[in-house]
Design a protein around this ligand. Structure first.
Ligand code: CU
Length: 72
């Protein structure tokens, strides 16, 4: 299965604790191989199986004060 690397804007992060939480939540999604999260740019660079939908990533953050925004 091929993987895709994509960068998303993440709203709601204010400190390094947030970064660690978002990184952990995204990394725990089945099919996600890597999540690099930056507070400076407020982005998450996610490497995932192409079968993993963006919705699955958004759902992973549900219940937390963070939100993935797709770049256009
Ligand atoms: Cu924080």
């Amino acid at each position: 299965m091929s993987s895709v690397k994509e960068t998303f804007q993440v709203n709601g992060m204010t400190c390094s604790g947030c970064v660690n939480t978002v990184k952990r939540l995204l990394s725990n999604v089945k099919g996600v191989q890597d999540a690099q999260v930056s507070l400076t740019t407020k982005t998450a660079e996610v490497t995932r199986d192409e079968s993993v939908s963006i919705d699955a990533l958004k759902i992973a953050l549900r219940g937390f004060p963070y939100e993935i925004v797709e770049r256009h």
